[in-house]
Design a binder for this molecule. Structure first.
Ligand SMILES: Cc1cc2nc3c(=O)[nH]c(=O)nc-3n(C[C@H](O)[C@H](O)[C@H](O)COP(=O)(O)OP(=O)(O)OC[C@H]3O[C@@H](n4cnc5c(N)ncnc54)[C@H](O)[C@@H]3O)c2cc1C
Length: 495
């Protein structure tokens, strides 16, 4: 008889783990506390608008293609993917906007215009980054990170040197470019990893390759289309998904998880995979004697930032905005300090505005615009309504000034979202948005381990363990954990 796996959480990692295990012959049930799938990538609809709640950047299309291919599908079976051109816009100040072109000749010309001689250096930068992407995404991120021995292969050690694991992203970028705008452009993608360029290994210039060479894409209908595709594949593989099923406890006897407790009763299992936030699963669902880490350990981790979000329905079309807009008109150094070193509400934050209705008319009523605002902020801050409102006006003042139009008076729908919502909706530790930061001290075997050291049939997956935050890594995390479960349970290993 096949073993029964209970997966906690229907985010990208939980869905990916569940589907990969079902394909290998396990009987899999996913228990999700919310009323639908997707976790941080859920969707909601209001007043004719369709809002993606979390991720909006579709990067690394090859990872999604490979994911669906494992189950005999292609991305096109589930959604229509369009490449954005320009990929995004960076707003440096009044009438100082840089469109980042999708085409390489146009991109090289833009570099050359800003800093003569930089186009050739961009070629070299991207050549190195392509190598890092190839090794990083095809090899390193698939490692379970449970032992240094995984890295003992001499070819990997050679790779580790070429991969720039020890140099910071900030130094690496400055070896190639000098112009302030190019530095900001090249450092921006590591912000997705939840840490500053100074604290991020240069290995992650693979993100520049993802950004500038592989491009920014958009699934028509919204990012939730990925989740819908994943749910279809999960069901085809026989995964049972149950919503409104919050797990309250992981039961353990003699070092083995026997199942989980929910409001509707005890659910027995042979194996438990926790796809909920690691801290919650370990510190709140397990009794103290079964935890490998303690609160002191968690408190000493560098969490990725939280976010203050606004989902806005606008009853007119907006000008001077692209699908993705990065407002880098203030000092990033100061904002970063107020996130990481002296955590507090930022004095002059950078922010991001997404307007998917610029590409996709289905996400807003005709003649209207779907506007999503994101301000990265330190985790673990109090977020009362007055504070949210203060930042709404601070951001709107800049948005209206920099794009030369009134926006507030056209808002017909408004919803804010921050720390306490992340905690209530996802049991997020300190209200983090993107999990654990990918700093050097929190990479690979230095991340919270994907297999419990105290409960032998309990595994963890998702953005707080390997390989890290972001949609593609969370997807991969589920595949990595499924492989580990299989290795240790030897049902039908067919990697
Ligand atoms: C605002 C925002 C913007 C982002 N932008 C991008 C982007 O543009 N591109 C990108 O690649 N990534 C982006 N990310 C990051 C990306 O969304 C996440 O890394 C990824 O979705 C995490 O997936 P996960 O499966 O690890 O966690 P989650 O999505 O949080 O899934 C965990 C699931 O577990 C459930 N759960 C928790 N506790 C329990 C319990 N006790 N019982 C049952 N279920 C439980 C939760 O409800 C949730 O559904 C963004 C994230 C946010 C928040």
């Amino acid at each position: 008889m096949s073993k029964h796996v209970l997966v906690i959480g229907a985010g990208f990692a939980g869905l990916s783990a569940a589907t990969s295990l079902a394909q290998r012959g396990y009987q899999v049930t996913v228990l999700e506390k919310n009323e639908g799938p997707g976790g941080r990538a859920r969707v909601f609809r209001a007043e004719g608008f369709t809002f993606d709640m979390g991720p909006s950047w579709y990067w690394m299309p090859d990872v999604f293609e490979q994911y669906f291919a494992r189950f005999g599908h292609q991305v096109a079976d589930f959604y229509d993917l369009v490449r954005l051109d320009p990929s995004y816009a960076v707003i440096f100040g009044d009438e100082d906007i840089l469109d980042i072109p999708a085409g390489m000749p146009e991109l090289r010309a833009m570099f050359e215009h800003l800093e003569p001689g930089s186009a050739v250096r961009l070629d070299e930068f991207l050549r190195q980054a392509a190598y890092k992407y190839e090794v990083g995404i095809n090899k390193f991120v698939h490692m379970p990170g449970r032992s240094l021995l995984e890295f003992a292969d001499p070819r990997l050690l050679v790779d580790a040197v070429r991969l720039d694991v020890l140099q910071s992203m900030s130094k690496h970028v400055r070896r190639f470019f000098k112009h302030e705008k190019l530095l900001k452009l090249m450092e921006f993608p590591v912000l997705f990893l939840g840490a500053t360029p100074e604290n991020t290994p240069a290995l992650y210039s693979l993100m520049n390759y993802a950004d500038l060479a592989l491009g920014t894409w958009y699934p028509r209908g919204g990012m939730h289309k990925i989740v819908e595709g994943m749910v279809k594949v999960a069901e085809q593989q026989g995964v049972k998904l149950e919503y409104n099923q919050e797990v309250q406890e992981i039961r353990v006897e003699n070092g083995l998880a026997t199942g989980v407790q929910t409001a509707t009763g005890f659910r027995p299992a042979d194996i438990v995979v926790a796809g909920a936030d690691y801290h919650h699963a370990e510190q709140q669902l397990l009794a103290p004697q079964h935890r490998h880490y303690d609160e002191k350990y968690w408190d000493s981790r560098t969490m990725a930032p939280s976010s203050l979000l606004f989902y806005l329905g606008i009853n007119k079309r907006l000008k001077n905005l692209r699908h993705h807009n990065l407002f880098f008109d203030e000092d990033f150094g100061r904002h970063a300090q107020e996130i990481y070193e002296q955590p507090q509400w930022p004095s002059k934050p950078l922010f991001y505005a997404s307007v998917p209705s610029q590409t996709d008319p289905t996400v807003a009523p005709e003649g209207c615009e779907n506007l999503f605002l994101l301000v990265p902020v330190a985790p673990d801050l109090a977020d009362p309504e007055e504070t949210r409102e203060r930042y709404y006006h601070l951001v709107m003042d800049r948005l209206e000034r920099l794009t030369g139009q009134s926006i507030r008076d056209a808002v017909v729908y408004k919803r804010s979202y921050a720390h306490r919502d992340f905690v209530a909706d996802y049991h997020s530790y300190k209200g983090n948005a993107y999990g654990l930061a990918n700093t050097l001290k929190q990479t690979a075997i230095l991340k919270p381990t994907l297999k419990s050291k105290k409960v032998s049939n309990l595994y963890f997956t998702g953005q707080l363990t390997v390989p890290g935050p972001g949609v593609p890594p969370s997807l991969i995390s589920g595949q990595v954990v499924a492989r580990e479960v299989e290795k240790e349970n030897k049902l039908s290993f067919n990697n």
